[in-house]
Design a protein around this ligand. Structure first.
Ligand SMILES: Cc1cc2nc3c(=O)[nH]c(=O)nc-3n(C[C@H](O)[C@H](O)[C@H](O)COP(=O)(O)O)c2cc1C
Length: 334
């Protein structure tokens, strides 16, 4: 028997396969299914800054209008709509999941600027979430704003959420930074207990038939693990923080690679959407079989074996190897 136990954000987990934020964990039924399928922890779909601000604005409008006409206006607050997911419904899902499930339930907030919505983190905590994942997802499309200014805003956002709640805070970030390692360290300095590498940014296409922007969502492929693999390897052992790997986990092979690079947990969304929640057990058991086959009796024994700070040289990860591969590329030009 191999010991798959791990600790993530200070939370003890039975194994390192976590259900990443996706529609599968939107409802209580979905969350229960993921737990029954063996998920070690479950991240809920993001609650967006825009949703919170819009509902705050609506509440304010109702209160102001009501205070004019009817003193009992509080009764007109928007009611929870479980299908479309009003904020109260989202909080209720967290409360009920907390009661129904033994595994950690992680709520996700998606925001990129510190403002009133940040206080919603407190309500998430009060609802019983074990941790918050803050998804810093926004394409910095304003070309007058420098990278430094964007990062400063993100760090202020992290500090603001950190100040709002005492529960563990994990930050999900994208890879498109001049110095991801430096920014990762700054996030930890701003109060992040963990990092999720990397966000998979939505990338629009163009529909040539209609000559309009095309929005579709492609599920990930295992090839896409490489960027997060590199950065987890470079950061593991160097930052005092929990590392979660997301993107491209299709089979236990990607789980093994991420753990060897130094991840504390791996997350999966696309593979669960493709194969169903029961795929979690396939990933977990595949990991256990692989470890047994290689003589690793615990996760601690294998984790970080290929972290950069434990390699004799980081050359295979970095530039020299890249140049050699390009020069030595064997494909025949046509
Ligand atoms: C349909 C779908 C919905 C998603 N919704 C969210 C979300 O609400 N919040 C979030 O942080 N990530 C969300 N993600 C991103 C996933 O959690 C995950 O980070 C990403 O898909 C990469 O992992 P994968 O390769 O296992 O899919 C979503 C992904 C998919 C495919």
């Amino acid at each position: 028997m191999v010991d798959l136990a791990t600790t993530w954000l200070g939370l003890p987990l039975a194994h390192p396969v976590v259900a990443s934020a996706s529609p599968l964990s939107r409802s209580l039924d979905g969350i229960r299914r993921l737990e029954d399928a063996g998920a070690a922890a479950i991240v809920l779909p993001s609650i967006y800054e825009e949703e919170i601000e819009a509902e705050d604005a609506l509440t304010l409008a109702l209160v102001e209008e009501g205070s004019w006409t009817q003193p009992e206006a509080a009764g007109y607050f928007p009611t929870a709509d479980t299908e479309t997911g009003g904020l109260e419904a989202r909080l209720e899902t967290i409360r009920r999941a907390r009661e129904a499930c033994a595994v950690p339930i992680v709520a996700s907030l998606n925001g990129s600027a510190p403002a009133g919505w940040v206080s919603f983190a407190h309500e998430i905590e009060a609802a019983g979430a074990s941790a918050i994942e803050l998804n810093l997802y926004r394409v910095p499309a304003n070309i007058d704003e420098s990278g430094e200014a964007v990062e400063r805003r993100w760090l202020e956002t992290v500090s603001a959420v950190r100040a709002a709640v005492p529960i563990p805070l994990s930050v999900k970030l994208g890879p498109w930074l001049s110095s991801p390692g430096h920014f990762a360290g700054a996030l930890v300095g701003a109060g992040a207990d963990g990092l999720v590498l990397f966000n998979r940014f939505y990338q629009p296409d163009i529909d040539l038939a209609t000559l309009t922007p095309k929005s579709d969502l492609e599920l990930s492929s295992p090839y896409e693990i490489r960027q997060a693999l590199l950065w987890i390897s470079l950061l593991a052992g160097r930052l005092n923080t929990s590392l979660a790997a997301t993107t491209g986990v299709e089979s236990h092979v990607e789980v093994v690679k991420y753990l060897l690079a130094g991840a504390d947990v791996t997350m999966t969304a696309s593979a669960l959407l493709r194969h169903g929640p029961d795929h979690i057990a396939t990933l977990r058991d595949g990991l256990a079989d692989w470890m047994a086959g290689r003589g690793f009796d615990s996760l601690a024994a294998m984790r970080g074996r290929l972290a950069a700070d434990r390699l004799e040289t980081t050359e295979p990860l970095l530039r020299a190897q890249y140049a050699e591969m390009l020069v030595g590329y064997g494909g025949e030009p046509r």
